[in-house]
Design a protein around this ligand. Sequence first.
Ligand code: BGC
Length: 420
Amino acid sequence: MIVFPKSFLFGTATSSHQIEGNNKWNDWWYYEQIGKLPYKSGKACNHWELYKEDISLMHSLGYDGYRFSIEWSRIFPKENEIDENALNKYREIIELLLERDITPNVTLHHFTSPLWFMQKGGFAKEENLKHWEKYVEIISEILEGVQFVATFNEPMVYVMMGYLTGYWPPFVKNPFRAFNVASNLLKAHALAYSILSGMVKVGIVKNIPIMIPASENEKDKKAAKKADNLFNWSFLNAIWEGCYKSAFGTYSVLESDVDFIGINYYTASEVKYSWNPLRFFFEAKLADLSERKTQMGWSVYPEGIYKAITAVSRYEKPMYITENGIATLDDSWRIEFIVQHLQYVHKAIEEGYDVRGYFYWSLMDNYEWKEGFEPRFGLIEVDYETYERKPRESAYVYGEISQKKEISEELIKKYGLKGL
Ligand code: BGC
């Protein structure tokens, strides 16, 4: 049996655009409608209407934390128009969670932005940060009782997908713009930190893929280090250093801080040397570490969560696993995934690493961005025709872990890794 500290939070995570439905004022919605994205989010999980049921469900399943995001474009559908109803609804969501002893962990930006903001150049233009500040100020009014607020979800994924590979909105492929956007996100974080600090604990959520060299060759090892730096550390370092050292030079950003770091961990990348300066002298692809692949084509590599924790501990801040999950139709594989990753989280805690919570991605099946509705990450199954929710076996197993703050010997025997 493994036992977690009594105060350890076991929660689940979601994001606004992926579950709410009808988020018609943001950039993703726009590109979905004009056919530049393969799938339309439509009503998504219809959570905007079913939020009460969803909160009751997570309560009855025994989860004590919930990470969700506020949709900026719902609060400001137009530049100078605040939707008070939307603001009140988020306040109601917070209150419902607090009433049920579920600790809310609020994210202010999870990939989507208001369309009007993007039409003005979004985070590529520093002068637009005044709009972000206004949004944060408004949100600060509904946070009573909330302890944790993360400014950005996976800022480097946002930069890479939207501005470097051009795979996601706004479909830009321009490394100069990409690093400029990253530097403005750092400034935006600092501005939000100064507005919210003292009121709540302010953090940032960073995806930490483990970078594995393709071979023992020195060149590949160096390439992996470079990728690690570029993707993982240069962004986080800049928060305290007040300057962002990108591949194209140094940007000065505002010095700031965080009260916690959220780690999103899914899998590892394999990195090899490339001669191509336009690729920053490395090539990265999904690492092939397990025979079975998830619906996303990802390997399962539980040890990676331990590596991510030990690496992020360099900042000496409390850490939360803000996302970790698997897209699969095989729910017993999901249970195995959770048990094995939690074994490694527990190992880290035993060794003294300051990890204070784990949020499974995701509470329920949802709109998986460019991959649409096929990948099933949920503890709860969603029927996209009736919007009926059906907890899977994993939802109950995870609930029991959450309630008891322990993983039973029986679960470890059946699903766990030996010798951990
Ligand atoms: C994102 C989520 C996404 C999940 C699974 C994370 O990178 O924050 O929005 O659904 O990964 O792909």
